[in-house]
Design a protein around this ligand. Structure first.
Ligand code: SF4
Length: 266
């Protein structure tokens, strides 16, 4: 069982990555290539360099020295960080979320972390794209409190275009997980004119109603925050400027799910 993994960030006091106040551990590597990805530094399965575009004036000499993204860390070191905020988890009903990238690409490391958390009564969430062999899920099923499972596009041609892969494996794994009786929230990133169309949202509703019994939905409104990261990584931001959804538009999307019996947050 590997006692180390490749991560690229740790976010403290996260409030959108599962219940309560959480520490989110970002594992490196992702099999998808989403046009809108907020974490392009997560994609590569290896540490990579990133330009320092805005150095402080006083230390301009560092301007052209690239930073390294991604570090191999031991389970013990990650647990040390996680344990610092146990009080917040206990008071808020929070815990730890393993995100990415795709955390299940490092299923053995993930399993080690989840086992320790379970042993220490720390609530865990695994935030996944679902695009992994089901054997990766089987490794961690018994130690994960909740899966946060992304569904992006129901039209397979569009899914291939905007994420680089077919949605078949993702949808099949979602159905298989149900047979394992896991706790799971479906998360839908609302990308303007790509995933947030009425056609796509209704197709997701129809799939969830006909093929699964999942009722908990998180709608994730779009923001442009990840865009600046692309330049630093010498990567192209393909979505271009997009118009953020208004509160009314989000409410309308929410209502589509609610009237079909889903519980939606936020
Ligand atoms: S699945 Fe998530 S981490 Fe991977 S490319 Fe898509 S948005 Fe980025």
């Amino acid at each position: 069982m590997p006692n180390s993994g490749l991560i690229y960030d740790i976010k403290k006091y996260a409030i959108h990555d599962g219940p309560g106040i959480r520490t989110t551990i970002f594992l490196k590597g992702c099999p998808l290539d989403c046009w809108w990805c907020h974490n392009p530094e997560s994609r590569s399965r290896e540490p990579q360099s990133r330009k320092n575009l805005r150095p402080q004036k006083s230390i301009a000499m560092f301007a052209n020295i690239p930073q390294l993204v991604g570090v191999r860390v031991s389970t013990a070191a990650v647990m040390e960080e996680i344990r610092k905020d146990v009080l917040f988890y206990d008071q808020s009903g929070g815990g730890v979320t393993f995100s990415g990238g795709e955390p299940l690409l490092q299923a053995d490391f993930l399993k080690s972390m989840l086992k320790i958390c379970r042993h220490e009564n720390i609530h865990t969430a695994v935030d996944t794209s679902g695009y992994v062999d089901f054997s990766a899920f089987e490794k961690v099923l018994g130690f994960t409190d909740v899966f946060l499972y992304d569904i992006k596009l129901m039209d397979d041609a569009l899914h291939r275009k905007f994420t680089g892969v077919s949605n078949r494996l993702i949808l099949e794994n979602l159905i298989k997980l149900q047979e394992k009786n896991v706790t799971l929230r479906v998360r839908i990133p609302l990308i303007p004119a790509i995933t947030d169309t009425e056609l796509n949202l209704k197709a997701i509703i129809s799939f969830l109603k006909n093929e699964t019994q999942y009722k908990e939905i998180d709608l994730l409104p779009f923001n442009q925050m990840g865009e600046s990261k692309y330049e630093r990584l010498d990567m192209e931001y393909r979505t271009g400027p997009l118009k953020m959804q208004s509160t009314e538009e989000i409410e309308e999307m929410k209502a589509l799910f609610q009237k079909e019996g889903f519980r939606v947050s936020p």
